[in-house]
Ligand binder design. Structure first.
Ligand code: PEP
Length: 253
C-alpha cells in the first residue's frame, strides 16, 4: 500500500509573515492526519524555508524546496545546493516543475543532474513531468511523458529511485483551472508505472508514489485520489489558502 502524499507548492508567493501564518494554519488543521494517515509537505520560496521549518518543527508536516542546483558548492552565484537545503531542514525538493522547464528553460539533462544531486545530498526529489496542450492534441502525451521520465531518471540506481516521488502535471492544467479528468490522470500514471516496471522492476514500480498536479481543488481532490495510480496530489494555487489545502488533505486520506 502506498501512503498518500499531498504537497503544496507555494511558488513565488507569501512573505515573511504570511508564510509562517499559512504554515501554522495548515498544521492546526491537519495535525492528527499528517504522518499518520498520509504524508504532507509544504514547499515555500527559498527565503522562507527556515521560518516555515521552525514553525512546523513540532508537527509531522515536511518542508520542501522548489528547486536545487546540482553542484555541491563553489562559484555558482545565485544557486542553492542540496546540502544547504538539507542543512536548514528541507526534506523534499521539486525537480523539473513545468514552470522551470518552460519559463526558465530547464532541459531534461539539467533536471536529471538535479534529481541525482538531490538524492546524493539526502533530499527526496519530486520529479515533475507533463505534456503541453499541443502535445496532448497531437496524441503525443505518452511519448513526451515517457521521454521526460526516462531522461529524468537516467543513471539512477534502484536504491536511489526509492527516494523519488513522481508527479504527473499536464502543463495545460497548471494554474489554468482546467483539471485532467480522473481517467486522463489514471491513464498517464498507470503508463508511468508500467514504464518504471520495465526500467527497474515491478516491485519497485509498485512502491513509487505518483502524484497528480494541475488545478487540484477541494471539490476534485477525492475523485482524483480514487484512481488506483493516483497516490497523492501536488497542489499549487489552492495550497495558498489554508482552508482549501486542509480540505484537499482531508479528501486525500
Ligand atoms: C503546481 O504548481 O504544481 C500546480 C499544480 O499548480 P496549480 O495547482 O495552481 O495548478
Amino acid at each position: 500500500m502506498r501512503k498518500p502524499f499531498v504537497a503544496g507548492n507555494w511558488k513565488m508567493n507569501t512573505d515573511s509573515l504570511s508564510s509562517v501564518s499559512l504554515a501554522k494554519a495548515v498544521a492546526d488543521g491537519v495535525m492528527e492526519l499528517a504522518g499518520e494517515r498520509l504524508d504532507v509537505a509544504v514547499i515555500p520560496p527559498f527565503v522562507y524555508i527556515s521560518a516555515v521549518v521552525g514553525t512546523l518543527s513540532t508537527t509531522h508536516i515536511a518542508v520542501g524546496a522548489q528547486d536545487v542546483y546540482f553542484e555541491r558548492q563553489g562559484a555558482f552565484t545565485g544557486e542553492i545546493s542540496s546540502s544547504m537545503l538539507k542543512d536548514i531542514g528541507c526534506a523534499y525538493v521539486l525537480c523539473g516543475h513545468s514552470e522551470r522547464r518552460h519559463i526558465i528553460k530547464e532541459d531534461d539533462e539539467l533536471i536529471n543532474r538535479k534529481v541525482s544531486a538531490a538524492i546524493s545530498g539526502g533530499l527526496l526529489p519530486i520529479l515533475c513531468v507533463g505534456e503541453l496542450i499541443e502535445q496532448r492534441k497531437a496524441d503525443e502525451t505518452e511519448q513526451v511523458v515517457s521521454n521526460q521520465l526516462e531522461k529524468g531518471l537516467e543513471g539512477l540506481s534502484e536504491e536511489k529511485l526509492s527516494a523519488v516521488t513522481l508527479a504527473y502535471e499536464p502543463v495545460w492544467a497548471i494554474g489554468t483551472g482546467l483539471t485532467a479528468t480522473p481517467e486522463q490522470a489514471q491513464q498517464v500514471q498507470s503508463m508511468m508505472r508500467e514504464l518504471l516496471s520495465d526500467m527497474y522492476d515491478g516491485q519497485l514500480a509498485d512502491e513509487i508514489r505518483i502524484l497528480y498536479g494541475g488545478s487540484v481543488k477541494p471539490d476534485n481532490a477525492a475523485v482524483l485520489m480514487s484512481q488506483p495510480d493516483v497516490d497523492g496530489l501536488l497542489v499549487g494555487g489552492a495550497s495558498l489558502k489554508s482552508e482549501d489545502f486542509i480540505a484537499i488533505i482531508k479528501a486525500a486520506c
